[in-house]
Ligand binder design. Structure first.
Ligand SMILES: Cc1cc2nc3c(=O)[nH]c(=O)nc-3n(C[C@H](O)[C@H](O)[C@H](O)COP(=O)(O)OP(=O)(O)OC[C@H]3O[C@@H](n4cnc5c(N)ncnc54)[C@H](O)[C@@H]3O)c2cc1C
Length: 438
């Protein structure tokens, strides 16, 4: 047997003996021996983690190369990560230029896969931001300033104007709103599946239930990706492993100080479905002093949907539970009783999901060159990236193929203070549901 082909079994603690120039392996089953005998396979590009961003990266890589491999530790479409739900908000309005300037291209990236697949992935609904006068109005103003700076059209609405446009709301004169039309939702389940199917159609290989365990350097300079199903060699690796980011990166001495939280969204079986479809109701965000609520119209099932941004507790990707937090459900229900009672109905479902956030809650899109691994490219979506998933995939593919990207990602680098300075204070606060008050 070839020594390289057996390297993976060293990770698995099988007993290997090297005698008189030959390798003998003990305690391997027949299947193990067959796999061990399989020669290490070469792909030009390997993507580790086929969630939202990884499936995007694989698709865009598959357009540039016929030698791309995607590794997913679970089954495709599993619900343990950050991208598996039927709707995620997409919006032109962002709080700063680094994101605002990328949005037009993110819409174009989604349009591209819609054109290629003939399937709809993005649904435009219009979008609202609401705040209470004298409380969180300044947060609205920050968005207004950003939209003015970028010549984005929007409307300022009083409570009466808001209810005239959307009678589903029942808000007093203390509520003010901004409306921006180029907002809506991306169907994440659909987006992931479309990326994967198009990538396969372009010749990409995908291995499910195949965790990458570590990265090493080959003698010829390539990267070796060790997995539970064999050893693969490649020119460039893209690590898009969400809440598990550090388990593979740690094997090359890279650590990203991410906080993983268990978030949740609640679907209500409103009897007023017609008033809450993508055609009749917008996505909306309500700024409260302690946290922001976000809500979406019915899509992909029969329920309206609401969640609290960074509403969950810190967990790890492996220790998280799938148990909904009843306090968050209650707080969402109380807000809706006050400002949008028809949105409510019996709880259809509360789904949990992971945010993975660097301390400044900004994206990470960079190579690991600072640790001598310029051929390992990493991306972390900071708990707000689904809307950008296809564009981030394109950016990652450009970094892998061309060594640079046409998009400005200069401030999403891995050497910034938020990632390298252990004393950097997180810009988000973790919310303890027990203390939460409206
Ligand atoms: C409740 C909730 C609401 C959200 N709402 C919005 C929103 O409205 N708009 C928005 O833009 N964003 C939103 N987000 C954020 C957005 O969904 C995430 O930022 C994004 O989906 C993360 O994608 P990802 O590919 O980085 O992670 P994931 O989708 O978690 O993918 C990582 C994948 O890597 C795999 N993996 C990990 N380690 C390995 C390994 N060693 N080998 C092989 N595979 C591995 C995992 O199994 C997983 O499939 C929301 C997130 C949550 C949780």
């Amino acid at each position: 047997m070839h020594v390289d082909a057996l390297q993976y079994y060293l990770d698995s603690c099988y007993v290997l003996q090297h005698r008189e120039g030959r390798i003998y392996c003990a305690y391997l089953t027949d299947t193990d021996c067959t796999m061990a005998a399989t020669k290490k396979q070469y792909y030009e590009y390997i993507v580790i983690g086929c969630g939202g961003i990884g499936s995007g990266a694989l698709y865009w890589l598959s357009k540039r190369s016929n030698s791309a491999l995607g590794l997913e530790q679970f089954s495709l479409g599993h619900e343990r990560g950050g991208s598996q739900d039927v709707s995620r908000i997409i919006r032109l309005t962002h709080h700063d230029d680094r994101y605002t300037k990328l949005v037009p291209d993110t819409f174009k990236a989604w349009e591209q896969i819609e054109r290629e697949s003939g399937l709809q992935v993005v649904w435009m609904t219009g979008g609202l931001r609401l705040a209470r006068k004298g409380q969180t109005e300044a947060r609205l103003e920050a968005y207004a300033v950003e939209m003015d700076r970028n010549n984005i059209r929007y409307d300022r609405l009083s409570n009466k104007q808001l209810m005239a446009r959307y009678p589903q709301f029942t808000v007093g004169p203390d509520i003010v709103a901004l409306y921006q039309g180029q907002s809506g939702l991306v169907d994440a389940v659909m987006g992931n599946a479309v990326h994967i199917q198009l990538a396969r159609g372009n010749g990409a290989t995908i291995l499910e239930n195949c965790p990458a365990t570590r990265l090493t350097r080959a003698n010829n300079g390539n990267v070796i990706v060790h997995t539970t199903k064999g050893v693969f060699e490649c020119r460039k690796v893209v690590v898009t492993s969400g809440g598990w980011l550090n388990s593979v990166l740690g094997t090359i001495g890279v650590h990203v100080p991410v906080t993983v939280t268990q978030e949740q969204v609640t679907y209500y079986a409103t009897p007023h479905m017609k008033e809450f479809t993508e055609k009749t109701f917008p996505i909306w965000i309500f700024h409260c002093p302690q946290y922001d609520f976000y809500a979406l119209p019915i899509h992909g099932n029969t329920g309206t949907k609401i969640g609290i941004d960074v509403g969950g507790k810190a967990v790890t990707a492996d220790t998280r539970t799938f148990e909904p937090d009843p306090d968050q459900e209650r707080i969402c229900t109380e807000l809706l009783q006050e400002i949008c009672p028809k949105f409510l109905g019996p709880i259809l479902q509360t789904k949990t999901c992971l945010y993975t956030m660097p301390p400044d809650r900004d994206f990470l899109v960079d190579t690991c060159a600072y640790k001598g691994w310029s051929d390992v490219i990493v991306c972390c979506g900071a708990g707000h990236a689904y809307k950008f998933a296809s564009l981030l995939g394109k950016i990652l593919s450009e970094l892998a193929v061309d060594g640079r990207t046409q998009y400005d990602i200069s401030q999403f680098n891995i050497t910034r203070d938020a990632i390298q300075d252990p004393t950097f204070k997180p810009t988000f606060s973790l919310w303890s549901s027990v203390e939460a008050k409206l």
